[in-house]
Design a protein around this ligand. Sequence first.
Ligand SMILES: [Ca+2]
Ligand SMILES: [Ca+2]
Ligand SMILES: [Ca+2]
Ligand SMILES: [Ca+2]
Length: 370
Amino acid sequence: MRIITLYIQIFSAFIVFCTIFSGIASATMIVEDLSGSTTEEDLVNILLGENSNVTVSNITVTGSNQAIGQFSNGESLGFDTGVVMTSGLVSDVPKSMDTEIDTNLGEPGDADLDTLIGGNTNDAAVLEFDFVPEKSAITFNYRFASDDFPYDYDDAFGLFVNGENIALLPNGDVVAVTTIKGTEYYDGSNLNNAFSGSSIVLSAEAAVAADELNHMKFAIADTGDSWVDSGVFIESDSFISNNAPNAPADPLCEGETNPTNITDSTPEFSWNFSDPDANDTQSAYQIIVGTAEDGSDMWDSGKVNSSSSTDIAYGGSSLEAGITYHWKVKTWDNQDSESGYCDDQTFDITDKPDPVPPQIQFHTRGLFHQ
Ligand SMILES: [Ca+2]
Ligand SMILES: [Ca+2]
Ligand SMILES: [Ca+2]
Ligand SMILES: [Ca+2]
């Protein structure tokens, strides 16, 4: 009886251990390159998503068909599925972080990347196609990753739209090993793939010609030699053609433009959401209020997920009479694209009570003198 109980206890402990362990360990990334059943068209469809409003033609891949593919189980990257391109073998990408991903494919480099990085590239993997968007802007999310961070070989990624590279770090630098290493854009955490480090999730946005033929080219390569590989993970469904909202129109405080002597100590704000895409709606707003233009020392609402654009009550520090407060608002559309702020707006409040209406004063005085 005691032995059976002991077995049950050991078995229970084993189940608990397995449950905890499977909760911690993330699923292994699954990849499939172009040497299998995945086609070039599949990759573009993965990038486009269903609601992309883009017509595509002339899809071509340059480089090894083992260097470009699709991935899933990519949660650690910040996006589950997408397209992966490397200067080595896609099949090596899911290996553990301490594996060196290091293959000389014997493939040539790419002239556009040579120019971009000012070096000699090799083992280029290139996906390109023509497209006709309905709207005048496109956006992509991606991560650049590399095993070359410790060595400073300047492997690079380019995303060329109509010949112009739009893959840039937030500081305007090109996306490469030495521009990312040691900056706030570097992420050295284990993201369940073989690369020793990566960029943070980056987004590329570009103006394109609506209803006209545009050309897009994704390219990644080794630089300097063909060894120690780099890769790029591009999020599925991230090729959304969308216009960012305009700055909010008609910003009002207490229903007025730049009111003075308002008596409400928690005044309400309103505006009109404005977007070049006729069917788009507001998904979020942010209001800031400060004692100086562009200041947020009184109130920063943060990004508030809401479609409301009327009667948004002030929620900051106590307002005082005799100070001119500055405020502005920006919005996000239902595709999470962000507007600029409206122009600087002002208001001030009074500490005087509402004045007694003059006609009552007149009547009171008249009665007194009778
Ligand atoms: Ca590695
Ligand atoms: Ca390399
Ligand atoms: Ca290589
Ligand atoms: Ca829009």
